[in-house]
Design a protein around this ligand. Structure first.
Ligand code: SF4
Ligand code: SF4
Length: 120
């Protein structure tokens, strides 16, 4: 029984990891696609925290080269500082961080954006 629970947990973690990798891949593909557009038309990539997942462990803070993350019960990203490097996305054990293009979020993903913590 315990083995089954462990296995189920492993499966869930693997699925979450796959989702995170797919998100990053999609972000990269969009980034490459946008690279040829004039700079003013390129969306800015920023890290966002899903407040339903973040447990406030703070592991993302030390990997951020821009010192853009602070944690007060949950992580917050200063979008002015965030360079969109994605290091924090890789580090988060809860898969609570993702890179989001600001313009797409603004135009098309408002319901999802409301679930995200956006400080900037
Ligand atoms: S590593 Fe993830 S869970 Fe931990 S504080 Fe950062 S965003 Fe939250
Ligand atoms: S994407 Fe990079 S710069 Fe932005 S918060 Fe994460 S680690 Fe810091």
């Amino acid at each position: 029984m315990e083995n089954e629970v462990d296995r189920e947990k492993e499966v869930q973690e693997l699925k979450a990891r796959i989702r995170a990798v797919k998100e990053q891949l999609a972000a990269l593909e969009m980034r490459v696609g946008n690279a040829r557009k004039p700079r003013s038309m390129q969306p800015q990539w920023k890290a966002f925290v899903d407040t339903e997942k973040c447990v406030g462990c703070g592991m993302c803070v030390s990997v951020c080269p821009a010192e853009a993350i602070s944690v007060h019960e949950q992580a917050r990203v200063d979008t002015e500082r965030c360079m969109g490097c994605g290091h924090c996305v890789q580090e988060c054990p809860e898969y609570a961080l993702s890179l989001q293009p600001l313009r797409v979020l603004d135009d098309h993903h408002r319901p999802f954006a409301r679930r995200l913590q956006h400080v900037g």
